[in-house]
Design a protein around this ligand. Structure first.
Ligand code: NAD
Length: 301
């Protein structure tokens, strides 16, 4: 499908469907071999955060493919007791063989640092790649769990047919969940990568060199068509609400006049993220089952 202006539209839904079909088959095979489905624990510290909508969507997606998803509420009225309860909950889930993967609601409540999670979560169950071991494996070029959003951006790029090796790639954003893992994966794929961020002096000077542009800044309309190299492949990871509507970081109308291919928001990277998170869960479950039946296989990738 192409946009009105002629760029190829990179839609997430058909790819997400295909991934979910593979996940459902993996879940069925796991259940047949192990007598139980893979399990996902979604740990929440207070249900009022806006991220509850996202987490409930993940649990619904689990149910659709046969994964045993459950919410784990962390009690506590003040940051100190809640941090201790979060640590205890993570230790319990780490030790529970029916739990194959764990994700923790972000952002954490004020006063509880990410370090509480990374100190407690088992890297083998860290399916959204926040643990330093998984981040380190990615940096060193080995296989671990990468954050699902970063994986989704790269999967979309792969499906666009763009050649990564040798390409000039520009990433806007340097966060540990999107920008930096995306940059590491592009380097691994052989691209020449520039990472831009809020302190970059002349953003357009960089974006105009990009054969591949991945934008994850959280700033609506940050990238316009005038900032693109003609024929670029543009992956917009941004999700912003403007006047009650979801928009990305890229001005879609002007960018689609210049780009060869572009993701819409909504409907681009977003749908892929959840599907890939579930694919990570099935991989975690399979690895844990292999390690339980053959402890000597521990560490095999
Ligand atoms: P973040 O706030 O942690 O990081 C934003 C990054 O953008 C920072 O590195 C910052 O330096 C950079 N930045 C901010 N303003 C900039 C500017 N004017 N010019 C250049 N760089 C700038 O955000 P994040 O968690 O990395 O998320 C980024 C975006 O991706 C957000 O819109 C978020 O909602 C979205 N997101 C989407 C998904 C998905 O599934 N599609 C998942 C997670 C996050």
């Amino acid at each position: 499908m192409t946009t009105q202006a002629g760029a190829r539209l990179l839609e997430g839904a058909p790819i997400a469907d295909e991934i979910r079909t593979g996940v459902a088959a993996g879940v069925a095979a796991f259940e047949a071999a192990n007598g139980r489905p893979p399990g996902l624990a979604v740990v929440v510290c207070g249900r009022s955060a806006p991220s509850m909508v996202y987490l409930e969507r993940i649990l619904k997606a689990c149910a659709q493919v046969g994964i045993a998803g459950r919410l784990v509420d962390v009690p506590g009225d003040d940051p100190a007791t809640q941090a201790a309860a979060l640590t205890a909950a993570l230790h319990e889930l780490n030790a529970d063989d029916t739990v194959s993967g764990i994700i923790v609601q972000m952002p954490l409540p004020a006063g509880i640092g990410l370090k509480v999670v990374v100190d407690a979560i088992d890297p083998a169950k860290d399916i959204d790649g926040i643990h330093p071991l998984n981040a380190g494996l990615l940096r060193l070029g080995f296989e671990g769990f990468v954050p699902a959003t970063a994986h989704a951006a790269l999967e979309m790029l792969a499906r666009s047919g763009a050649t990564v090796a040798g390409a000039e790639a520009v990433v806007i954003g340097r966060s540990p969940v999107v920008g930096m893992p995306v940059a590491s994966m592009l380097v691994k794929g052989g691209a020449t990568v520039t990472v831009c961020h809020s302190r970059t002096r002349d953003l357009a000077a960089h974006t105009r060199t990009a054969d591949i542009l991945i934008v994850a800044a959280g700033v609506p309309g940050l990238v316009t068509g005038a900032m693109l190299k003609p024929g670029a492949v543009v992956i917009d990871v941004g999700i912003n609400v403007v006047d009650g509507h979801l928009v990305g970081d890229v001005d879609f109308a002007s960018a689609s006049e210049v780009a060869a291919a572009i993701t819409p928001v909504p409907g681009g990277v977003g749908p892929l993220t959840n599907a890939l998170l579930l694919a990570h869960l099935v991989r975690a479950a399979q690895r844990q089952a292999t390690e339980r039946s053959d402890p000597a296989a521990q560490g095999d990738a």
